[in-house]
Design a protein around this ligand. Structure first.
Ligand code: ZN
Length: 249
């Protein structure tokens, strides 16, 4: 029995673990297309793998993963299941408030999907301003930024595919690993514009970048670099006094 996974515990053991662990990790992901080679669960599978391993290394609690996220921009690809930002906000808010009622005041959301970020940040702000829970959001691809070529960083490109090869290689359809340079999209060439973009505006396969350079070894390397940063975040958070995080003035 892994004492760091909340859903494995009985309530008497959870009572003890909640008194020992001051930080909880909440993995959040998506169920959306990740090119012809990667499983739809890529984002939540990676988020959970990172959170589970970090919980063990840093002795904190890991919650079950939230598998659905804000992915409507991928809806033209079969199998994408999305929730609205307001649904994600209220769901995550309720989970965090439950943690609060279990005396957890510091939470790291291990977010596997960039489309969730705005919604998660809003909830994090709300809970800090209400002085209930301090929430930090961790995104692995930002934690490793600059260590690999830019074209490997894109959606379903080499870094995500490598992580899948390392963590759950049997779910990757190796024959179908695809490279696709994303097009400029409908307003390409104009600087400073934000639009409600659709994935299909930029890519036919769902891949944005180079994926054929993916290897399980690269996945292991990416996983370890990201984990180091996640463990550093947990260590720093552990040392910060609650009054600095949640009190006014
Ligand atoms: Zn992804």
């Amino acid at each position: 029995m892994n004492p760091n996974l909340l859903h494995n515990l009985t309530w008497p053991i959870a009572k003890k673990r909640l008194s020992e662990c001051d930080i909880a990790l909440l993995p959040v992901g998506s169920t959306e297309q990740h090119g012809p080679q990667n499983p739809l669960g890529t984002d939540h599978l990676i988020a959970y793998a990172l959170a589970k391993e970090a919980a063990q290394r840093c002795d904190v609690l890991c919650l079950p993963v939230i598998p659905f996220g804000v992915s409507s921009h991928h809806r033209h690809f079969p199998g994408t299941i999305s929730v609205s930002p307001s649904s994600l906000r209220s769901y995550v808010r309720d989970v965090l408030l439950s943690l609060y009622h279990n005396n957890i005041r510091k939470v790291v959301i291990v977010n596997g999907h960039g489309g969730n970020l705005y919604a998660l940040l809003e909830v994090a702000r709300e809970l800090r301003e209400s002085r209930k829970v301090f929430v930090a959001i961790f995104q692995w691809w930002h934690a490793i930024k600059g260590k690999y070529p830019l074209e490997e960083e894109g959606h379903a490109a080499a870094l995500e595919t490598s992580l899948n090869l390392y963590l759950h290689g049997s779910l990757v359809d190796r024959e179908r690993i695809t490279d696709e340079v994303p097009s400029e999209g409908p307003l390409g060439g104009v600087n400073g514009v934000y639009i409600p973009w659709e994935t299909k505006d930029f890519t036919k396969s769902g891949v944005m970048g180079v994926a054929t350079t993916a290897t399980a070894d690269k996945g292991k390397e990416v996983f370890e670099i990201a984990l180091d940063q996640l463990c550093l975040l947990i260590a720093k958070l552990r040392e910060l006094p609650l009054k600095d995080l949640l009190e006014e003035g």
